[in-house]
Design a protein around this ligand. Structure first.
Ligand code: 5GP
Ligand code: ZN
Length: 115
């Protein structure tokens, strides 16, 4: 169920536009508005959950099960030389949007991949 005032729920609903990378009935992936590197993507469950502590195992399983396919698609599209997966939980650990998300951050030999 969508969570009032959650920007990622609004992105899932299409109330806020986003650059879609992948979507199915359980998961949505889209480009991070602040591209740390080229192709920086966020993968989120369609069910609102604040962070890893509040995530039911089934939701976590659905989310993580899509990551290899999405990572492979990003690798194919952007041709990075490596890739980091990152998940921040709570503000002291740099969580700024309180809807669970996994960052996929491609890595390039020139840095951010834009040059
Ligand atoms: P966090 O800091 O919570 O781990 O990551 C949240 C991410 O969401 C940040 O990297 C930030 O750039 C991204 N973000 C915040 N608002 C929006 C938005 O409206 N659209 C998109 N595409 N990304 C957003
Ligand atoms: Zn949400």
């Amino acid at each position: 169920m969508a969570h009032e005032d959650c920007i990622f729920c609004k992105i899932i609903n299409g109330d806020i536009p986003s650059a879609k990378v992948y979507e199915d009935d359980k998961v949505y992936a889209f480009l991070d508005i602040s591209q740390v590197t080229k192709g920086h993507t966020l993968v989120i469950p369609k069910t609102h959950t604040k962070n890893i502590y509040e995530t039911p195992p089934e939701t976590a399983s659905e989310l993580f099960s899509r990551v290899p396919k999405i990572a492979a698609a990003i690798k194919e599209r952007y041709n990075p030389i490596g890739m980091n997966l990152l998940n921040n939980n709570e503000a002291p650990a740099d969580q700024s949007v309180f809807h669970l998300h996994i960052h996929i951050i491609p890595r390039y030999d020139d840095g951010d991949g834009f040059s």
